[in-house]
Structures are given as structure tokens and as C-alpha cells.
Ligand binder design. Structure first.
Ligand SMILES: [Zn+2]
Ligand SMILES: [Zn+2]
Length: 86
């Protein structure tokens, strides 16, 4: 999974932030961190659903459907596999 390192980076950032804050601030920082984490996950999801990715398997797309010029696929295999659905 390509997006995993990004999420782990965000988690590490959040953890580091909590460590540097005083105990009074920790509750607030933890809430901020979990919100940031949710946003990072949302971003990662949006990325994996991006039209730039293969509509069949979700990998990085390199080809566009010759029929509709909209659907994107990583190769002819996925393009043919998805033929009925779009
Ligand atoms: Zn594919
Ligand atoms: Zn098409």
C-alpha cells in the first residue's frame, strides 16, 4: 500500500507532539491528534478512490479507456475486466 507511510508519518508527528506538551495540554493535543489522524485517513481514502487510479484494481493507472476516454486502468487486463461495468 502506497499511502501507509504517509499515515504512519502523521501518527509519528502526532505522538511527538503529545510528548513535547505539558500534561495539562495533553487532552487537547490528543483530541487534535485523533482529528488529524481521521483527516489523514480520509485523504488516503480519497487518494485510493482517485480517478487517476485503475478503476478495476485501484493501482496507479497508465491507460485510459479507448471507448469512453474516462475510465482509467493500469493495463489492458483490467480494462477488459471492467468492460461490463462502465
Ligand atoms: Zn488494474
Ligand atoms: Zn470506457
Amino acid at each position: 500500500q502506497e499511502q501507509e507511510p504517509i499515515i504512519q508519518q502523521r501518527i509519528q508527528q502526532a505522538v511527538d507532539e503529545v510528548k513535547t506538551k505539558s500534561s495539562e495540554d495533553k487532552q487537547k493535543v490528543l483530541m487534535d491528534a485523533s482529528r488529524q489522524l481521521r483527516e489523514a485517513l480520509k485523504e488516503a481514502n480519497a487518494q485510493s478512490n482517485s480517478k487517476e487510479n485503475c478503476w478495476n484494481c485501484g493501482r496507479k493507472a497508465t491507460e485510459t479507456c479507448s471507448g469512453c476516454s474516462k475510465a482509467r486502468y493500469c493495463g489492458t487486463y483490467c480494462q477488459h475486466k471492467d468492460w461490463d461495468r462502465h
